[in-house]
Design a protein around this ligand. Structure first.
Ligand code: SF4
Length: 303
């Protein structure tokens, strides 16, 4: 069976029914793509629907204040993504700007990287472009190149071989979605090739099926997240807690109280510089606003 047909037949039966797969609206697709960066699909489904109710289009989002965006984004993590999405909406809602009609056009917007631009090109503009993230790299790299553990350096070769998916297929936009789902359900780090619809055409399948592949031990991603001394979590967890506490405090909060609220083991001597550094960064990023000159005084979400 043809490579694409085998994949699409499987996708029709087992693919996930996700709301952003039913639209070509670039706004909705961008919202889903930004939310899906570092957040699991089931969680994104919940927030996506809620977000669209509050901000149904570019214009509605462009009007939103920092506080409204942060409030609606709360629970998704990495709040900067929400503000970046709002900034893109503002740029696209300005008179001089138009919604991009090409992958390069999307790419030229601040905050949109190569993967997101390619995703918009294929899902919204229906171009034959393969957006390559970790999942697609793994599955497409195995099928097309026969490499058991493809690396980012293989992306160009994967793209150049992607035309094998396009034969007699007018629904190319389903190919990346099908590869996502195959990567999540079957073609995982240690793939279940016996259950896979691609096993007769995948170039890596014979290697896995013969047991000749050893999973590299060092496949755990190195974390580049900042972490303070003996704190158990990375800083982003504490920044999320800071936002929550500040949002819930009616008249602002002192730094010491804030420290204890985000970490019961907060030590004024050892941890205050760390906390102030996080607060400064959050003020700079537009998440918080200093209401008084004294640093150890009151902070509140900007409106
Ligand atoms: S045959 Fe195996 S390696 Fe190839 S796509 Fe399927 S699960 Fe992945």
């Amino acid at each position: 069976m043809n490579l694409s047909n085998a994949l699409l037949r499987w996708y029709k039966k087992y693919g996930r029914d996700l709301p952003w797969r039913k639209t070509r609206d670039p706004y909705r697709i961008l919202v889903s793509e930004i939310m899906l960066q570092q957040t699991q699909v089931p969680r994104v489904v919940l927030f996506y629907k809620k977000w669209l109710k509050e901000f149904p289009n570019w214009k509605a989002l462009a009007r939103a204040s920092n506080a409204q965006v942060i409030h609606a984004w709360a629970g998704l993590g990495y709040n900067r993504r929400g503000l970046m999405l709002r900034d893109i909406a503002r740029e696209l809602s300005s008179i001089k700007h138009q919604i991009p009609k090409t992958e390069e056009g999307w790419r030229s917007l601040k905050g949109i990287g190569p993967y997101t631009a390619a995703a918009l090109a294929v899902f919204s503009l229906r171009k034959r472009v393969l957006p390559i993230d970790t999942n697609i790299r793994r599955t497409a790299g195995r099928i097309l190149l026969g490499k058991p553990f493809p690396q980012p350096a293989d992306d160009d070769r994967i793209r150049s071989h992607a035309s094998r998916f396009t034969l007699r297929v007018s629904r190319f936009y389903d190919i990346p979605q099908a590869l996502f789902d195959l990567a999540t359900k079957i073609c995982t780090k240690t793939p279940s090739c016996v259950m896979c619809p691609m096993r007769s055409t995948c170039l890596a399948a014979p290697k896995f099926l013969s047991g000749r592949v050893r999973v590299p031990k060092q496949m755990v991603k190195k974390s580049f997240e900042n972490k303070h001394r003996d704190k158990p979590y990375p800083d982003r967890i504490y920044r999320g807690r800071i936002l929550k506490v500040v949002r819930e405090s009616i008249r602002g909060i002192s730094v010491d109280t804030l420290g204890l609220k985000i970490d019961p083991k907060f030590n004024r001597v050892q941890d205050q510089t760390w906390l102030l550094h996080m607060i400064d960064r959050m003020i700079k990023d537009g998440f918080l606003e200093r209401k008084k000159a004294n640093l150890i005084d009151i902070f509140k979400n900007s409106c």
